[in-house]
Design a binder for this molecule. Structure first.
Ligand code: PMP
Length: 475
């Protein structure tokens, strides 16, 4: 720490130190262990490997010189003048009680009262990468669901939704103007992260089986020798936003192989993992598959509590190589200090009451709910848009992506005029496919979300859309 105080350079390495310290009571001995042993497994990629992946911005970031010392405050016997923490005696909130659904029987409610200790944590500043007990719970989840044993090669950080963490990952890895690989169509919330950096986006095609490894291979094999190669691939692997498609296991394995051959990292943006309702077993995540590759550590995985607990909590988490996640933590320590302690403690108190099995059971309930919504939506699609549109049935998530069979003419491959004029005038709001094209352009597709609407509204909306299409055809 003394060395850190006098030499802020090498901040990423020192942030590792913080990570280790934050989870141990005997910080001094663990610190030595981390510094001297490093990560020795030959299958794991080293810090030296990841260093060239960092953007200039990430390399320049300096740790917050106070925040990095916070873990030392838990040393027994230590008297700390360190933190600029407000005194909780002056906070107006004195207790917090609420009810949560029982995952075993969602018609029942479980009362939850935060203990005085939990409330104290909820109302106070905490670690940059999240409240340790919630991070521990998430590690347990990742170990159970994605079969990745907890070790020092990867870590979890919590953010203000997965959106916050995706942005931090992209700015930690990508320099302005860098080439990047992005699936097309892609989540509209991520495209601006690349475009504002002026990235040179190579669009990787997708189809009914998800991300096309063939399209990816073609792009990489034809990559001009004079041009620097892309460092990252961005994809949404389950119930993709916007296409609703889930990428097959075979494709995922191919993509991981290409990542190794062409030296890039995979940004696995996966808020719909627990919203998988396909008939076949759910394919393993990239994060899971990465664990059994000849070299482990090519995947940065983003999860979200938004669809499972509450989107208003603004809680998501990232799991990936410690070196890179530590670089993202440096961003948080400057940008927003940490995710909300209150949200984290409320979420944790629910998760602790439920246990891991309760959370997974809740996941099954959520998936079944969206499956029924999907079925109702598809039935209405068949009733109103048969012969006027084409689609693949989603197996996860909450989106339907369909191609409108537009009449011949200048707008034959562009749904935007129809959606923004005729359909809108009839009182239907949907998103034209063009919004999801990383490099802009025209698209005959439309994205609709079936998460909220009841059967009557769906029926009415698709009837209006049908009328709009028929009017256009009649012109
Ligand atoms: N990625 C995708 C693909 C999404 O659809 C969303 C939410 N619309 C996010 C990320 C952001 O989710 P969060 O609420 O966790 O920030």
């Amino acid at each position: 720490i003394k060395q850190y105080m006098t030499r802020p350079q090498g901040s990423i390495i020192l942030l590792h130190t913080q990570v280790v310290l934050s989870t141990t009571s005997d910080s001094t001995s663990k610190l030595k262990l981390n510094m001297t042993e490093g990560r020795s497994s030959p299958a794991l990629l080293s810090d030296d490997f990841y260093e060239p992946f960092l953007s200039k911005l990430a390399k320049n970031r300096q740790p917050d010189r106070i925040r990095v010392l916070i873990p030392l405050e838990s040393r027994p016997g230590l008297i700390s003048f360190l933190a600029g923490k407000p005194n909780p005696e002056m906070f107006p909130l004195t207790s917090l009680s609420f009810t949560a659904r029982d995952p075993q029987d969602p018609s029942k409610e479980i009362p939850i009262d935060l203990t005085p200790e939990e409330l104290k944590v909820a109302l106070q500043y905490n670690y940059t990468d999240g409240v340790p007990a919630l991070r521990d719970w998430i590690h347990e989840l990742q170990e159970h669901v994605h079969k990745r044993k907890k070790d020092e090669s990867w870590k979890v950080s919590i953010g203000a939704g997965s959106q916050d963490l995706i942005y931090k990952a992209i700015t930690a890895l990508v320099n302005p103007g860098d080439p990047v690989l992005v699936e097309t169509p892609a989540y509209g919330g991520t495209i601006p992260m690349f475009t504002t950096l002026g990235c040179d986006i190579s669009e990787v095609e997708t189809d009914a089986e998800g991300l096309s490894s063939q399209s990816l291979r073609k792009i990489l094999e034809e990559w001009p020798a004079s041009k620097p190669k892309p460092k990252v691939l961005y994809t949404v692997p389950y119930g993709c936003n916007p296409t609703g498609i889930t990428t097959t296991t075979e494709r995922r394995l191919e993509v991981l192989k290409l990542a190794r051959e062409h030296n890039f990292l995979i940004l696995e943006d996966d808020p719909y993992y627990f919203l998988y309702y396909g008939a076949a077993p759910r394919p393993p995540s990239y994060f899971e598959l990465d664990g059994s590759q000849p070299e482990v550590g090519r995947v940065i995985r983003f999860d979200s509590f938004s669809k499972m607990l509450s989107s208003g909590f603004r809680l998501g988490f990232v799991s990936g190589p410690t070196y890179l996640i530590a670089a993202m933590d440096l961003h948080s320590s400057t940008a927003n200090l940490q995710p909300s302690s209150l949200s984290q403690i409320v979420a944790l108190s629910i998760l602790k009451r439920w246990g891991l099995s309760g959370f997974l059971k809740h996941g099954d309930t959520v998936a079944e709910f969206y499956k029924q919504k999907r079925d109702k939506f598809e039935a209405a699609m068949k009733k109103h848009l048969s012969g006027l549109a084409e689609w693949d049935t989603p197996k996860a998530g909450m989106f339907f992506w369909f191609k409108i069979l537009l009449p011949e003419g200048p707008d034959q491959h562009d749904s935007e005029p129809l959606i923004t004029t005729k359909a809108f005038e009839k009182g239907v709001l949907a998103i034209p496919g063009t919004v999801f094209l990383p490099n802009a352009g025209k698209s005959p597709y439309v994205r609709v979300s079936f998460s909220l609407l009841g059967e009557e509204d769906i029926d009415e909306a698709l009837k209006r859309l049908k009328e709009a299409i028929l009017e256009l055809k009649a012109e």
